[in-house]
Design a protein around this ligand. Structure first.
Ligand SMILES: *[C@@H]1O[C@H](CO)[C@@H](O)[C@H](O)[C@H]1NC(C)=O
Ligand SMILES: *[C@@H]1O[C@H](CO)[C@@H](O)[C@H](O)[C@H]1NC(C)=O
Ligand SMILES: *[C@@H]1O[C@H](CO)[C@@H](O)[C@H](O)[C@H]1NC(C)=O
Ligand SMILES: *[C@@H]1O[C@H](CO)[C@@H](O)[C@H](O)[C@H]1NC(C)=O
Length: 364
């Protein structure tokens, strides 16, 4: 809310701030391999996201060496390519450039500092600890906390400040994409403390006035993503929802979680969702025959507006800077896709929707 100079307007503003929080929602996107884009492709993507009014792009740190989703990759290694605690900062330096360009497009980065995908695929942590001990034992927890600290303390190559102080460029940090996801819902319920402990490491480096959010990084669906001990963890600011099941897109369903978050003093972010390209169940999208384009566009429009109506900002999985080759799980929309104008309009509509959580001070 903008304050004007007059006393009555100030009094009125103070009054309305207490009674309602009328912040607007917003939309954004994901691109897990963003650090692999050359500068021309990065510009194409950011121009597209900006034309949709998208405010946040979520990126990961896992190394990439081959074409992903039809995008040519400028290869880069994992942050810890061979040995835990021995860092190759190439990915961080790539993102240094990316965040400068993103900011010029009105977009901040949400930085996911590891992924369950890399753990399961056998990165340095996966090789040594597997997908169970990694979460259970003290030594990997300490080693992983050192990685998180390394990332947060990375000095930006041209700005000369650590990422922990770059709130003009960085929207949020999360420890890991979909922590524990392959272990199932009961395991996640039983190991909620892992998430809060990592958040406490992140918050410890950021401090309490960083203006950068600490988020969870999501699970497989709504009920799994929103855990009671995430809601009462003081170091977590935002609970991320990942879901591709259409029941979780229903406004009334989302609203029950909005109420839980609001009473716990937390924010929600629908950090991953998408509309399947194929005519399969929406949450089972690796292959099939193409869904009729009008039906898919209607799905995008309807589900985005249902999430908007619950007041939750959202990030689409994913906008591609190139034509979608329709590989793997296929929720993507390429910038030349017949669904792009629909997604673009949906993202612009999110900016007009009333949010249940005030993110305004974290956005450009
Ligand atoms: C980091 O990775 C880059 C790209 O693969 C490589 O050129 C560089 O030598 C590596 N740096 C170190 C310190 O290993
Ligand atoms: C970042 O730069 C500052 C100031 O130049 C320096 O004191 C600090 O040690 C550097 N941090 C890292 C992790 O290199
Ligand atoms: C959070 O709630 C759980 C029960 O749902 C409880 O066991 C735990 O102690 C609480 N933690 C804090 C920090 O309040
Ligand atoms: C997008 O570009 C690809 C590759 O140039 C092309 O095959 C496809 O037909 C284009 N799609 C649309 C909707 O224009």
């Amino acid at each position: 809310m903008k304050l004007t100079g007059s006393l009555s307007a100030l009094a009125l503003a103070a009054f309305s701030l207490k009674t309602v929080s009328a912040a607007n929602s917003f939309a954004g996107s994901n691109l897990y391999y963003a650090a692999g884009l050359d500068s021309a492709t990065r510009g194409t993507l950011l121009d597209g996201l900006q034309s949709a009014g998208m405010k946040v792009l979520r990126v990961w740190l896992d190394g990439q060496s081959t074409t992903q989703k039809g995008t040519n990759i400028d290869p880069f290694p994992d942050l810890e390519p061979n040995v835990i605690g021995t860092y190759n900062d190439t990915v961080l330096e790539r993102l240094d450039d990316f965040m400068i360009d993103a900011q010029a497009h009105g977009i901040k980065l949400l930085i996911s500092m590891h992924s369950f995908n890399a753990l399961q695929a056998g990165d340095v942590y996966g090789k040594q600890y597997g997908t169970g001990y990694f979460y259970e034992q003290t030594q990997p927890q300490q080693q992983f906390d050192a990685r998180l600290t390394h990332v947060l303390n990375h000095n930006h190559t041209t700005l000369g400040k650590p990422w922990s102080q770059l709130s003009d460029y960085i929207f949020a940090f999360e420890a890991e994409n979909e922590a524990m996801i392959g272990q199932g819902q009961t395991y996640i319920q039983d190991h909620q403390q892992w998430q809060c402990d990592r958040a406490s490491t992140i918050k410890g480096v950021l401090g309490s006035n960083s203006n950068i959010l600490v988020v969870t990084g999501g699970e497989s669906w709504m009920a799994e993503s929103v855990q009671p001990n995430f809601l009462n963890c003081s170091s977590l600011d935002v609970i991320s929802i990942h879901s591709y099941g259409t029941g979780d897109f229903a406004t009334s369903s989302i609203q029950t979680y909005v109420q839980q978050a609001q009473s716990a003093g937390k924010k929600l972010l629908f950090e991953e969702w998408g509309a399947c390209y194929f005519s399969t169940s929406n949450n089972n999208c690796p292959t099939g025959s193409a869904l009729d384009a009008d039906t898919r566009n209607s799905n995008i429009k309807t589900w985005a507006s249902q999430i908007d109506a619950a007041g939750v900002p959202w990030l689409y999985w994913q906008v591609l800077p190139n034509a979608d080759p329709h590989q793997d799980q296929d929720f993507e929309v390429g910038l030349n896709d017949s669904s792009w104008s629909t997604l673009q309009a949906a993202a612009q509509a999110a900016l007009q929707a009333t949010a249940a959580f005030d993110y305004s001070s974290y956005l450009l």
